[in-house]
Every structure is written in structure tokens, then in C-alpha cells.
Write a protein that binds this ligand. Structure first.
Ligand SMILES: [Zn+2]
Length: 60
């Protein structure tokens, strides 16, 4: 599970991830993952804004 969010929705993504997986996820900057060549959504999962953070587990 990988959630891309804007700054405003970071907390919501953390809550949803934690609820579903019962462990806290890690927070990455989208630009950081893009630099590593990973494909991440440029739009927030909850609104129309550009994504800034990526919330995901270490194994994802
Ligand atoms: Zn958002």
C-alpha cells in the first residue's frame, strides 16, 4: 500500500494506513522516491492538489 498525499492530507493517510495495517508507515517525500526511479502519483489521493508526501511501509 502506497498513498500519495499533499501536505494537508498527510495525517489522514497516516491514520488510514495505520488502521489497515496496524503498524505505522514511513513517510517519504515524493521527489525523493522519484529520484530513486519509483513511479508515484503526482496527485493527492484525497484532493486535486499535487502530492508532496508518500506514505508507505518499508516493505512496499
Ligand atoms: Zn490533498
Amino acid at each position: 500500500m502506497l498513498i500519495c498525499v499533499c501536505q494537508e492530507h498527510l495525517e489522514r493517510a497516516l491514520d488510514e494506513y495505520t488502521e489497515e495495517h496496524e503498524v505505522a508507515p514511513s513517510i517519504f517525500l515524493r521527489v525523493q522516491l522519484e529520484r530513486e526511479g519509483k513511479e508515484v502519483a503526482t496527485q493527492c489521493s484525497y484532493c486535486q492538489k499535487e502530492s508532496f508526501y508518500v506514505v508507505k511501509g518499508n516493505a512496499d
